[in-house]
Design a binder for this molecule. Structure first.
Ligand code: FAD
Length: 459
């Protein structure tokens, strides 16, 4: 098994030659910090609004080599957040966000088609499943919210038989079906977007770390400066290291294992419809198939990060990978003995509400907090940030995820220590429930802390 930072998707997508680092001082209409999906979609949508704009993207490594090129490739809507949205913003605003997130899922497919980018975009429903009795019905509030918002077809409860007809894992005890969802080869999407922006003469400087971001939109790197009318901060978990954003997000991590091609097993499971599947625990398992007949199987149970600091254990975690492999075989016992060819991981930017956050401070416009659901929502985020950067207001900038009511995490080191203790409690709770045991009062109490504090962690 090849356990790397970058993983298989980037290997499959093929190497790219990094662009030139920024050297010296320059000016631009908009400078974008971060070359993941969010920064790149922002550039794309800026050009859609004003084709002649002069845009600079500064990326510390190579565009798309962070989580955007390594994720599970679930391209989801925000319907799973409908209950939170209703509670925080009311029904009309909740519906508007969910509908805009549907446009994003469809928009990515249309973009791939229109631009000739083969990112393996495939629409198929997503299943949220139960693997323990305690998880059964955990989707009820979401099904109810979709119905209350007048979109009962979007999230539908389904029986164990229905779930197993789509994927015959013995562990699946029923679930909910999210009608609109897609899967992508995430690295092909990110690198396809990078290539199209280079074609459009966006100035992308890679191997260029931004070391200072001023409120006036002025940006400094170790080797140069950019003065621009607007700046966009699109650095994912690293936002927690920028002044003004330190309490706005927490950093967790997620890790993936990939099997060798096993088309015959997928046939046997009846899992040939392209469904993305996620279980209902707090530290989720998520799984999907690939075009060449593999299973990519992930787990959101990796370590917490400290502030916005990069750390090896957020990307390379042999112990987490070992547990993820065990879970893979629990879900699919027929895979015992089958080869896992690749493993990798990356940081997750956790928002206090589980919803992404967009807004502006002076001339700096930010987006973060995707909480493990960024593939679809970064397209929408790009639409929002492009408008904010150009000071245009419309239905996208009035969505309830733009300048939402503020909610903060505690400062470091309390966030790291508290987050790690809660993570341990969640691991113990999940393990007990897998074995059919009661988790115990202390574990239950610690695991319920985020909810009691009004926080929603990645499920
Ligand atoms: C293992 C894993 C699985 C996941 N699975 C899914 C999934 O199936 N579906 C889903 O929707 N989401 C998933 N996610 C989350 C998803 O990948 C992210 O939400 C999404 O990629 C966020 O895009 P982004 O552009 O904000 O961040 P990134 O892709 O992280 O891009 C930010 C970029 O900013 C750069 N940067 C950071 N600091 C600086 C600086 N100071 N100067 C310049 N550049 C900087 C980084 O190098 C990086 O390239 C997963 C994440 C991981 C780690």
């Amino acid at each position: 098994m090849l356990h790397t930072r970058h993983g298989w998707w980037l290997e499959e997508a093929g190497e790219v030659t990094p662009t030139r680092p920024l050297e010296g001082d320059t000016t631009a209409d908009v400078v974008i910090v971060g070359g993941g999906y969010l920064g790149l979609w922002t550039a794309w949508h800026l050009l859609a609004l004003e084709p002649e704009l002069d845009i600079v993207v500064l990326e510390t490594a190579v565009c798309g080599h962070g989580p955007s090129g390594r994720n599970g490739g679930f391209c989801e809507t925000l319907w799973g957040d409908a209950p939170t949205l209703r509670e925080r913003a009311g029904d009309p605003a909740a519906l508007a966000v969910c509908r805009a997130s549907e446009d994003a899922v469809r928009g990515i497919g249309s973009w791939c088609e229109a631009n000739g980018v083969d990112a393996w975009y495939r629409q198929a429903p997503m299943l949220q499943v139960a693997t323990t009795e305690s998880q059964v019905g955990s989707w009820d509030t979401i099904v109810h919210a979709a119905a209350q918002l007048g979109a009962p077809e979007q999230v539908v409860a389904v029986s164990a038989e229905d779930v197993r007809a789509r994927c015959a894992s013995p562990l699946l005890l029923g679930g909910a079906l999210y009608k609109l969802n897609a899967t992508v080869q995430p690295a092909r999407l990110a690198l396809g977007l990078r290539a199209k922006l280079l074609d459009r003469r966006v100035r992308i400087h890679e191997r260029t770390e931004v070391t200072r971001l001023g409120r006036e939109g002025d940006v400094e790197t170790r080797t140069g400066r950019v003065r621009a009318s607007s700046a966009v901060l699109a650095v994912n978990s690293a936002a927690a290291g920028f002044p003004g954003y330190r309490l706005s997000l927490a950093v967790a991590s997620s890790h993936i294992v990939l099997t060798e091609p096993i088309p015959e097993v997928l046939e046997e499971l009846g899992w040939t419809g392209g469904e993305a599947i996620v279980d209902s625990r707090t530290l989720v398992h998520y799984m999907r198939t690939t075009r060449d007949g593999r299973i990519a199987f992930g787990w959101g149970g990796g370590a917490m990060g400290f502030g916005g600091r990069a750390a090896d254990r957020l990307e390379l975690a042999p112990d987490v990978i070992a547990r993820t492999r065990e879970s893979l075989v629990r879900f699919f016992p027929q895979l015992r003995g089958c080869a896992v060819t690749h493993a990798w991981g990356g940081p997750i930017d956790v928002s206090p509400t589980h919803l992404p956050i967009f807004g502006s401070r002076g001339r700096v416009h930010h987006g973060f907090g995707f909480t493990g659901n960024g593939v679809g929502p970064t397209y929408l985020g790009g639409e929002i940030l492009a408008r904010l950067a150009l000071d245009r207001r419309d239905e996208r900038t009035s969505l309830a995820i733009v300048e939402p009511g503020r909610k903060f995490f505690p400062p470091e080191p309390f966030r790291y220590v508290g987050g790690s203790l809660i993570r341990r409690a969640l691991l113990a709770k999940d393990a007990a429930e897998d074995d059919g045991r009661e988790p115990g009062t202390a574990v239950d109490l610690a695991a319920s802390l985020p909810r009691r504090l009004g926080l929603r962690l990645p499920r």
